[in-house]
Design a protein around this ligand. Structure first.
Ligand SMILES: C[S@@+](CC[C@H](N)C(=O)[O-])C[C@H]1O[C@@H](n2cnc3c(N)ncnc32)[C@H](O)[C@@H]1O
Length: 245
């Protein structure tokens, strides 16, 4: 499932060094305006297709970790939800509000600057430093290119932090782009082994959608690989929370 932007990173520095390096890399990417590999110029079609199967109330609060300047946040707000994004780069946050002609109010909160326009709130700062009391109640998480943006060494910590920020009943709608070797025998209906490793301990995992992109469709996978888009619904198991003992 590896999808992080810099595969030339050293394989095994300590997690903290790796996080610092990764943050610098993302901040530089935004300064250089190199966002074409991940920023989508339209709302994600799988979000539109599958979001409502969660049957959330319109008033739900949705967490969008590592949100960039994603237009998906606008669509979620249009569904009546309050959207709570978290993004490291102030350039990305400013671009989101400016490009969508939204006037935002900025307030300082600890190491974060909190930008708000109507029902869209973006916390600008490091996801790993955010605390639950800052964020408030969260009903669902939308993760597109957040888990997969991080180096593999940090992904477990991402999930620990995500669980610390949400409620026991909060579900996650996760979209991934998996890079599959063309000679792989893996069936399209298979849950990615890294998703199992990372989430199965605490979550029930449902694969809701798989779409294999033909390399001829212009997908940007490396030679010898194709991309498979997958949508997962993750539900935390209540017995892990101590509610059923
Ligand atoms: C691959 S992009 C995806 C953005 C967005 N989810 C989308 O679909 O367009 C990953 C984003 O995560 C941000 N990011 C990376 N590490 C972060 C961190 N530790 N805290 C907050 N944001 C982070 C990057 O600046 C970048 O905008």
């Amino acid at each position: 499932m590896s999808n992080d932007p810099d595969r030339s990173r050293p394989a095994n520095p300590s997690v903290d060094t790796n996080k610092r390096q990764d943050n610098s890399l993302w901040l530089q990417m935004w300064r250089d305006d190199r966002t074409e590999d991940f920023h989508q110029t339209a709302v994600n079609p799988l979000l539109i297709q599958y979001w409502h199967s969660q049957k959330l109330k319109r008033s739900s609060r949705i967490l969008v970790p590592l949100c960039g300047k994603s237009l998906d946040m606008l669509w979620l707000a249009e569904q009546g939800h309050t959207v709570v994004g978290i993004e490291l780069s102030p350039i990305a946050v400013k671009a989101f509000f400016n490009e969508n002609c939204l006037k935002a109010k900025k307030t300082r909160n600890g190491n974060f600057t909190c930008w708000q326009s109507g029902t869209i709130i973006i916390w600008c700062g490091d996801f790993f430093s955010l605390r639950k009391h800052q964020l408030g109640h969260i009903d669902s998480v939308f993760d597109r290119a957040a888990l997969t943006a991080l180096p593999e060494t940090i992904r477990r910590q991402y999930i620990t932090q995500l669980r610390a920020l949400i409620e026991v009943e909060t579900g996650i709608f996760l979209l991934t782009d998996e890079h599959i070797a063309q000679d792989s025998q893996q069936p399209a209906t298979q849950i990615d082994s890294e998703i199992v490793t990372l989430y199965a301990e605490h979550f029930d995992i449902t694969l809701t959608h798989t779409q294999r992109l033909d390399p001829a469709q212009g997908s940007s996978s490396e030679e010898g690989f194709y991309i498979e888009n997958k949508a997962y619904q993750l539900s935390q198991r209540l017995e892990d929370t101590g509610l059923f003992t």
